[in-house]
Design a protein. Structure first.
Length: 509
């Protein structure tokens, strides 16, 4: 009979877990205080079903992760969206899986290769979907790391690994059908996260900007019982308008808005580490400015609304689980530390993109089309139907994130202490890491990918007609955006620091 042995550590982040599976499919689990434990199963986060291990195993939407043993096999489920992954490594006698990359390395005593230049690109390849991402990544001592998203991993008695994608497309019949299913799913998830049987319950929290996507998602959050919203007053430069304060929109929805500065995170010590160590590019670090409101929340965000709700985006990529860029992909490690759940509403039904886009282009949506290059009728209808005035949102494209996977000056993206400690790490490791030929290859990749990205941004219609999007994204994901420079080792630095931190925690446990 297979079984689960669970050891709670109060020193681990509340939603963190690491599980080791032996050849008999026994799971030894070390976990934080907010991980739910059943006799032969565990989970963190929520799903669209009742609170129970059987419902978690079979839920169609899971915002979190979990595992269980059954019939001499062990199983692990990642998020049903692609923005969070599970990581693992295999030895002769066991397989270890975790929802934290640094925790996995600490538990297995593995390390990154000092001489391998493509870790950031390999981890960012998650934008290519569950079948296209780089599955196996080299580690030191001839070990390898595997990653998976939107999948279930089955580990048989002989430690054979089988990955199965479990999200499927839904054929939506018009806007009402789509909106009813989407809002009902969100209500189910929130209801699950507030189940009386839970020790820790989570309340819905909206994010609001002046774009298209977050106002629509905030309207759905309000339906699910949200009373508060967080907003950031300033947007990233380069988008025309820079005032992204969504307080007026929150007020129209009846939400209490809490406003923060985009770079407020830089006032906190070392807060960049978990966002970088997630392997998702680090750009979501701005959320740390609102840290006091995140703990214990179900955070509704509009990440990748432009992909699913755009009029001309490529549905063929989305039906394969691919996304355009890693927005929202660096929240996972921070989330399990702050103890909140991330619900990226637009991509709950990513693989149904073809059906959703047909609705966007249908005649019934014409009253909510305003024309121009920045036009998304579905979120506009959701927001306006909820009482948001037409002139309050969706007038100009803006962004608040800090894409750390670009070639940005360290002083522009890291707080003072982080910049100082990263500088010491970089000086100690940068010179010996790359040969001249390796640096030349990375530099060539960076230049080519920068050209690809600029062309795709300026001429999306031409790219779509020539079917170049997938070709460009494969190169972009697998070789990264960053050229050799002062910020090149940010990922390695963050993972090493957090791995050492987790090793100390596991020794105490």
């Amino acid at each position: 009979m297979t079984h689960l042995t669970a050891i709670q550590s109060l020193d681990l982040p509340p939603m963190a877990w690491v599980a080791t599976v032996d050849r008999e499919s026994h799971i030894q689990l070390v976990h934080g205080s907010s991980v739910v434990i059943w006799p032969n199963a565990f989970a963190e986060g929520g799903w669209n079903g009742d609170f129970g291990d059987s419902e978690m195993r079979h839920a169609t939407v899971l915002v979190g992760s979990g595992g269980w043993t059954d019939k001499r096999k062990a199983f692990f489920r990642s998020c049903s969206h692609t923005l969070e992954r599970l990581w693992g490594t295999k030895s002769l006698s066991s397989v270890t899986v975790s929802n934290s990359l640094p925790l996995l390395l600490a538990r297995t005593d593995c390390e990154l290769l000092r001489t391998y230049p493509h870790y950031e690109a390999d981890l960012l390849s998650f934008i290519l979907g569950s079948s296209g991402m780089r599955r196996h990544i080299p580690l030191a001592n001839r070990r390898s790391l595997f990653q998976f998203a939107d999948s279930r991993l089955t580990i048989s008695k002989n430690l054979e690994l089988v990955f199965e994608v479990y999200s499927t497309a839904i054929d939506f019949h018009g806007f009402d059908h789509y909106f009813d299913v989407l809002s009902h799913t969100c209500r189910q998830i929130v209801g699950n996260l507030q189940a009386p049987a839970r020790k820790r319950r989570y309340l819905p929290l909206a994010t609001v900007s002046r774009g298209y996507d977050s106002p629509a998602c905030a309207a759905i959050a309000r339906q699910c019982g949200a009373t508060d919203a967080v907003t950031f007053s300033d947007a990233r430069s380069g988008y025309g308008l820079e005032n992204d304060d969504g307080s007026e929109i929150a007020s129209q929805l009846g939400l209490d808005a809490h406003t923060f500065m985009r770079k407020g995170y830089m006032q906190q010590d070392m807060v960049e580490l978990p966002f970088l160590a997630s392997g998702g590019g680090g750009e979501d670090v701005v959320l740390a400015g609102a840290s006091d409101y995140l703990a214990g929340s179900v955070l509704f965000t509009g990440f990748l609304g432009d992909t699913v709700w755009g009029l001309e985006t490529d549905v063929l990529r989305s039906t394969k689980g691919k996304i355009r860029y890693p927005g929202g992909g660096s929240i996972g490690e921070y989330r399990i530390r702050k103890d909140f759940v991330h619900l990226p509403v637009p991509i709950v039904f990513l693989r149904s993109h073809a059906s959703i886009q047909m609705i966007s282009k249908s005649s019934e949506m014409k009253p909510w089309c305003i024309g121009g290059n920045y036009d998304r009728p579905i979120p506009r209808r959701i927001a306006e139907d909820a009482g948001i005035s037409r002139t309050a949102f969706g007038l100009s494209k803006m962004a608040i994130t800090a894409p750390m996977y670009y070639d940005l000056k360290v002083s522009e993206i890291l707080g003072p202490r982080s910049a100082s400690e990263f500088g010491d790490f970089s000086k100690a490791n940068f010179g010996a890491l790359y040969s001249i030929s390796s640096r030349a290859r990375v530099q060539a990749y960076s230049i080519r990918n920068a050209i690809f990205e600029r062309v795709a941004w300026r001429f999306p219609g031409i790219i779509a007609k020539l079917n170049l999007a997938e070709y460009m994204e494969v190169h972009l994901a697998r070789r990264g955006r960053r050229s050799i420079g002062e910020s090149y080792l940010l990922l390695q630095w963050s993972i090493e620091v957090l791995t050492l931190e987790y090793k100390a925690v596991l020794r105490r446990s």
